[in-house]
Design a protein around this ligand. Structure first.
Ligand SMILES: [Zn+2]
Length: 267
């Protein structure tokens, strides 16, 4: 958390506010948030575009770009007050953007526009924009992968956008057990994974993301997401397809939910 739908929902709100505004000054006040930066931009200029790849939000200026990664608990606020978790401030000519992050897994990365494409290439293709060639490559990579399908899908180098909540949802819809061996999945399994990844994430975007009971995720305008009402397996006790009891297990310390009747272990 936040995953692709949350970042996309944030993008939809910040874009119309900040595109066209001039960045007057900024500060990144936390070493950890600033950990990937060696040089900082000087000629600030006007924000030209806001885009997204996977979970990375990309603010493009004339000479440089700023990547925001929200990690586990990062949040972007507009014109709010700073608090003890505010790690960075961006003062534009009309509005201010604050980056808050309680757990500090997130980061802000400045990059020249020349280097930017190279950096974005390190992230796998965005799940909502997979070409036929992307899908073929992912399938091939999967056939040589010794990890579980859950770990494969969480690895942003393979394809980008899924985190723990939506990977549980996608595998439930696709009837695949999260501990299945990636190398044993066939074309049909992959077809279902691609199909339901798109469906699950699109629904979540339409609902402005998922706000869990901890209420850590909310939008830059202060409103909450509503996709939690549409989750089928994450944090649930019974399967909505077959009414069977859902098992909770941990894969690499991350909660996984499985319906043994609906999800088949392939290995
Ligand atoms: Zn079931």
């Amino acid at each position: 958390m936040p995953e692709l739908p949350e970042v996309e929902s944030i993008k939809k709100i910040v874009s119309p506010v900040f595109i066209g505004q001039k960045l007057i000054k900024y500060s990144v006040n936390d070493e950890r948030t600033n950990r990937f930066n060696t040089a900082n931009p000087r000629n600030l200029g006007v924000l030209l575009d806001v885009s997204r790849k996977g979970k990375v939000l990309d603010f493009t200026f004339n000479d440089y770009s700023i990547f925001f990664h929200l990690g586990m608990s990062g949040r972007i606020d507009i014109n709010s007050k700073t608090n003890k978790h505010t790690r960075a401030e961006f003062i534009f000519n009309k509005d201010c953007l604050f980056f808050d992050d309680i757990r500090k897994f997130g980061y802000i990365k400045f990059t020249s526009n020349q280097l930017k494409d190279e950096l974005l290439q390190l992230i796998g293709p965005d799940i909502l924009e997979l070409s036929i060639e992307n899908k073929r490559n992912i399938l091939k990579k999967g056939q040589n992968s010794k990890v579980t399908i859950k770990n494969f899908l969480l690895n942003q180098k393979n394809m980008s956008g899924l985190g723990n909540i939506y990977v549980n949802e996608v595998l439930h819809k696709a009837n695949i057990h999260p501990l299945s061996s990636t190398e044993k999945l066939n074309k049909n399994h992959w077809k279902r994974i691609f199909l339901y990844s798109k469906k699950v994430l699109t629904l979540a975007i339409n609902n402005n993301g998922t706000t869990l009971d901890d209420m850590t995720y909310f939008l830059p305008n202060g409103s909450y997401g509503s996709n939690q009402k549409f989750l089928n397996i994450y944090n649930k006790n019974t399967c909505n397809k077959c009414k069977n009891k859902i098992d909770k297990l941990y894969i690499d310390n991350r909660s996984s939910y499985v319906c043994k009747k609906c999800q088949f272990l392939i290995n």
